[in-house]
Design a protein around this ligand. Sequence first.
Ligand SMILES: Nc1ncnc2c1ncn2[C@@H]1O[C@H](COP(=O)(O)OP(=O)(O)OP(=O)(O)O)[C@@H](O)[C@H]1O
Ligand SMILES: [Mg+2]
Length: 375
Amino acid sequence: MSALVSNTVSKADSGSVSIKLIQCSKTFGNGAPALEPIDLEVHPGETLVLLGPSGCGKTTTLRMIAGLEFPDAGGRILFGDEDVTDLPIERRGVGMVFQSYALFPNMTVGENIAYGLRIRGIAAAERLTRIDDLLELVQLQGFAQRRIDQLSGGQKQRVALARALAVEPRVLLLDEPLTALDAKLRESLRADLNSLLRKLGITAIYVTHDQGEAMALGDRIVVMERGRIAQIGSPQEIYYQPANLFVADFIGNMNRISGAVQDGQLQTVAGTLALPEQQTPLQHGAQATAMFRPEDVQLAVPDGSGEGLDGCIMSSFFMGDRTRLMIDVGQALPIIVDASGRVSWHAGERVNLRIAPQAMLGVLPSPTDNQGVPS
Ligand SMILES: Nc1ncnc2c1ncn2[C@@H]1O[C@H](COP(=O)(O)OP(=O)(O)OP(=O)(O)O)[C@@H](O)[C@H]1O
Ligand SMILES: [Mg+2]
């Protein structure tokens, strides 16, 4: 593997390239813009994940970076200092991996991987060496002569990755490459991909709608919503400091409970919660909504102390690593709680819920049209 990193994909040595999108919007036909003007910078060697629901503009952004789509007039794309806005894909030095593999079915694994090298006139002997290096890199040693239809989905995706890397791209672009695979395979290939991207140090943009994949792979994550960037940040920032309710809801589950602020506490229908200290404290008597994650709730048998929330378990799902509980606290939406799978909780049981003030991700004045989450 190290041979390949130094000989074939000498990315880390040659210096990774940054990518900059400046005011790039995209309007197809006469329709509404698929992408609003966005500014985005990808650091050299970074894996940046574009995450968001279907139709939010992830693929469009990726295809603009690839040179398969061009931004509306005025938008610019830079690789390092080079303006690539008007360059077609073959002159940008990008490698792409798609959900659908897009391999040549009539060629062997080796021929697929070497396709780009052949086009570039690389000699046969060197092609064979590179094929061996790349097969080792993606852990498919000995597969060079296999036909594509004799491969599993995971193996096909490894070949697609090797083919994308064969031409020593400046930038690796991946559009939902693991979505077609079953859950277990997806997880193991995700781990392999993660170590590969770190080893190569190549600037990579990875598109997914799966938040787990985004968290696991991204140095930073761009959360997109309807053609706009909702937030850019590290996985931890996105999870623990969501910029707005859309991000908070899209990334994992988020509980909400409303009440009145009194002496640093929130008085709710189900009891009192201590509020975190806020930069701009809410006024005594103000209505507010607190938000917290399912795993940040401590459950206990009610002790009548009046602290925390009292509720009743509506349902309990054992999920192996945890038990997910839906708890009725007397408001329209139940509170979701992830408890240890080792403790049994049953529907109908009364419970007390405590949330440490520092585990509250946001306390919003309510009712509100302000979507911000104060830190
Ligand atoms: N060639 C096209 N012509 C017209 N509209 C398009 C075209 N490509 C994409 N769109 C529209 O642009 C918007 C963004 O599409 P895009 O493919 O970027 O979404 P996405 O985030 O990748 O979604 P998904 O998760 O479903 O792949 C969508 O509303 C889509 O219908
Ligand atoms: Mg897409």
